[in-house]
Design a protein around this ligand. Structure first.
Ligand code: MLT
Length: 403
């Protein structure tokens, strides 16, 4: 009889957002007359920018013509896009050569897959609360021990609590982990590290031989000057960091799928460049993001595309600000929403995260994400996203204020 990867059997029943989706679907089935507003999963609602749509139409026509048709993409990405991405980094004063950019179908898969090029017994550290993909992908790989339902923690994982009490800034672990996952601007708390704070992590990683896996999917939402746009703004990051970026949140590509990973060639284990392993992995397991989509990504990074997508980001940030202000006015303790589209609130004292989820769904018909779904230190918190439409966000804030 065949056998299963037992690591998968250790995982809780379903991925956080699938659980939420099922709960909401059940509620709507029972209450079809209710107008439910979804501010749960961080999925965008605005259509693709005109510059992107125009590029897509053009390249679709190219595919109809034998002279301009494109088959397999180069597995690391087309030069035109890798060059444009390298140009993006220059805007932040950082030199990332095009050949250190690996184009992919999104940051989620890269964040999940990256662990497989590291030793199976690597120790890992994550912020708590955390984007569940970092932990679950390590569970699947057998790198974590057992799940303790009481503490909500896996053994063999270093959890770095980020709560209102420490202003959502994780402490350096006493014993240095091999792999450190950081996500800034942060999902789910909406917090950031300043350049100086991030430099401390880079220095720590270099000193201890750790690798920082830096998820910068929400970079476009940064509004404050002292917040770095890329970890490569920090001195020494090229020898200890890998960065993941996405087109989902800055340009609405959640359904289009495009992202990239930067691995500097100086990041080495002994003589071996991590870059070469990821290139090998990409070449073996991936046939490249579609030509059409990479051209759409190029359009995002054009001057026109940049201006249009900046407006979309501003639209979502206006929502985030409205949620933040509305919750404050209603008496809640609130964080985030300044450099990120996520607002992170404390639940009322008599309700835990899931109880508040149910309460808000039933009484306000508003969907959010329970903080505990992101890790034990998320218990007693709740996440709302600015990615809804403006009208729905106004309505949701009004409803929450009346509860
Ligand atoms: C979220 O809601 O946390 C995001 O949608 C996650 C993601 O981008 O995969």
């Amino acid at each position: 009889m065949f056998r299963l990867n037992e690591n998968y059997l250790k995982l809780p029943g379903s991925y956080l957002f699938s659980t939420i989706g099922k709960k909401v679907a059940a509620y709507i089935a029972e209450n079809p007359e209710k107008k439910v507003i979804r501010l749960g999963i961080g999925d965008v609602t605005q259509p693709l920018a005109p510059a992107v749509i125009r590029a897509l139409h053009t390249v679709v026509d190219e595919m109809a013509n034998p002279e301009t048709f494109h088959g397999y993409a180069p597995d690391l990405g087309y030069e035109f896009l890798r060059n444009a991405i390298s140009g993006e980094y220059k805007r932040f004063g950082v030199d990332v050569p095009a050949d250190e950019v690996f184009v992919s179908d999104g940051a989620k898969s890269d964040c999940a897959n990256i662990q497989e090029i590291f030793s199976a017994d690597s120790s890992i550290a994550v912020c708590d609360p955390v984007y569940p993909v970092y932990v679950d992908s390590n569970v699947m790989a057998g790198r974590t021990g057992e799940y303790d339902a009481v503490t909500g923690r896996w053994s063999n994982v270093v959890y770095m609590p980020c709560t209102m009490e420490n202003d959502f800034v994780p402490e350096l672990p006493e014993e240095a982990p091999d792999l450190i996952y950081l996500c800034y601007p942060n999902n789910p708390t909406g917090s950031t590290l300043t350049r100086d704070q991030l430099q401390v992590w880079v220095d720590y990683a270099n000193k201890n031989g750790s690798v920082i896996l830096y998820d910068a999917a929400y970079e476009a939402y940064i509004t404050e000057e002292n917040v770095p746009h890329t970890i490569f703004e920090c001195q020494g990051a090229r020898t200890c960091a890998i960065e993941f970026k996405s087109f989902s949140k800055n340009a609405g590509f959640t359904g289009v799928r495009l992202g990239y990973t930067v691995i500097p060639k100086e990041l080495k284990c002994g003589d071996v460049a991590v870059h070469s392993l990821w290139a090998r992995r990409h070449g073996t397991k991936y046939n490249g993001a579609p030509y059409i989509i990479q051209r759409a990504g190029e359009a995002v990074l054009s001057e026109e595309g940049r201006a249009q997508t900046r407006e979309q980001v501003a639209y979502y940030m206006r929502n985030a600000r409205m949620i933040y202000d509305g919750l404050k006015k209603a008496g809640y303790s609130v964080a985030g929403g300044v450099n990120a589209p996520y607002v992170w609130m404390k639940t009322p004292e008599n309700m835990d995260s899931w109880e508040f989820f149910d309460f808000l769904l039933k009484e306000g018909n508003v969907v959010g994400t329970p903080g505990s779904g992101f890790g034990p230190s998320g218990e007693g918190y709740f996440r709302l996203t600015g990615f809804g439409t403006y009208e729905n966000t106004v309505e949701a804030v009004k409803r929450i204020g009346l509860l």
